[in-house]
Write a protein that binds this ligand. Structure first.
Ligand code: NAP
Ligand code: G4F
Length: 343
């Protein structure tokens, strides 16, 4: 029987790559679309004829029950979230509702529908559930690198809500025997990354400056260190996590650390420019409760699931800059997307 997957957050960066990956594996892929009019489907427009969509919102329990009941999925990937960390200080309650309580609502929807229709599923009636946990949960981490056993010390409403989602997923697994797992994913980027995130803000600015559309790039903390990988690699890990005999949580990252300064240097070098001629530090973009260093100890996912990243940091930055140059040559005014304001 063709396996069915339901993806929340299908209009986002990861949702689009995961949809492509699952289609390539022979799945029937459904995406949850929120908003009653004009959902943002540009990232999956090229897949439209292969996908099915169902309405729903992580803040609305009834819509999730209806969506799960309509789709009858074998696997649910919960990628839906308000994912920009500084935005969580502007709308902390909404972020808690979507990123935290939304996880609980989806788990409850799966439980309710499984109880009604369990017999369809080969896996003893179990709908397998993936939760998009985040390295932001480590926050001010007690150790570097961070692994499955590192404690959480989140530094934003986003990180706190994700920590709730992580624990409630484990709790439903342990209490109800659900196949429910979390991937603790470190930063992953691509040409489809939102322009508010630092790597894409940098790649777009480097391309625009090269083409004479912009002169200056304002950034915040250049010393912040992240473990940046390619989103296309990370969705393979999500899928692998739902194919195991026993459910378990995994940390996923490259294990390589780079600073924001490294990212600007690399991106500007791709277009033959020197970053110090263009980058200005704007103190208003420095986060008051910064997460200074994140780096994955992903030995477990590599050893147990055989996952490996295929794109390194320099290749990733080059891929993003070249994509933005190409996009700008087609849409010279702003390449389709303007960088968002904010930290
Ligand atoms: P993204 O591009 O910001 O996409 C977020 C998705 O969530 C969008 O499809 C958005 O839909 C949807 N969404 C927002 N509010 C919703 C709601 N109330 N109900 C249902 N869906 C809603 O994020 P991403 O980078 O693909 O990340 C995917 C997931 O992984 C997120 O949960 C994120 O927090 C987590 N994560 C990301 C990273 C990373 O580095 N990218 C690392 C760790 C964890 P609209 O298009 O309608 O707004
Ligand atoms: O690209 P960022 O906004 O990503 P951040 O905050 O690390 O969060 C991303 O990764 C998380 C996983 O760890 C996800 F859970 C989350 O959803 C999101 O995808 O910022 C990266 C770093 C920060 O330290 C920030 O202070 O870059 C620093 N930075 C410096 N100047 C900037 C800027 N970030 C942004 N967005 N804009 C700047 O001008």
């Amino acid at each position: 029987m063709t396996r069915r997957a339901l993806i929340t957050g299908i209009t986002g960066q990861d949702g689009s790559y995961l949809a492509e990956h699952l289609l390539s594996q022979g799945y029937q892929v459904w995406g949850l679309l929120r908003g009653q009019t004009n959902p943002r489907t540009s990232r999956v427009g090229h897949l439209a004829s292969d996908l099915s969509f169902v309405d729903g919102d992580l803040t609305d329990q009834a819509s999730l029950v209806a969506a799960v009941d309509t789709v009858q999925p074998d696997e649910v990937y919960n990628l839906g979230a308000l994912s920009f960390v500084p935005g969580s200080w502007q709308q902390p309650e909404l972020v808690t509702e979507v990123n935290g309580t939304g996880v609980l609502r989806m788990l409850e929807a799966i439980r309710m529908v499984s109880d009604l229709n369990g017999s369809r599923h080969a896996d003893g009636g179990r709908i397998r559930f993936y939760q998009a946990s985040s390295s932001e949960m480590f926050g001010r981490a007690a150790e570097t690198p961070q692994s499955e056993t590192t404690g959480f010390h989140p530094r934003s409403p986003y990180g706190v809500a994700k920590t709730y989602g992580h624990h409630i997923t484990r709790t439903y697994r342990e209490t109800f025997g659900m196949y429910a797992v979390s991937g603790v994913l470190f930063n992953h980027e691509s040409p489809r990354r939102g322009t508010e995130f630092v790597t894409r803000k940098i790649s777009l600015a480097a391309a625009r400056i090269k083409l004479g559309h912009q002169k200056r790039l304002d950034l915040g903390n250049l010393d912040a260190v992240r473990d940046w990988g390619f989103a296309g690699d990370y969705v393979r890990a999500m899928h692998l996590m739902l194919q195991q005999d026993e459910p378990a949580d995994y940390v996923v990252g490259t294990g390589r650390m780079h600073s924001v300064r490294d990212a600007v240097r690399c991106a500007f070098a791709c277009v033959g420019l020197h970053w110090t001629d263009h980058v200005v530090v704007d103190p208003a973009l420095v986060r008051p409760a910064e997460v200074e260093v994140l780096c994955a100890d992903s030995r477990r996912v590599r050893a147990e699931l055989g996952w490996e990243p295929t794109v390194d940091f320099a290749q990733l930055m080059r891929m993003m800059v070249e994509s933005d140059l190409e996009r700008l040559s087609r849409e010279p005014v702003h390449g389709g997307l303007l960088p968002a304001a904010g930290r």
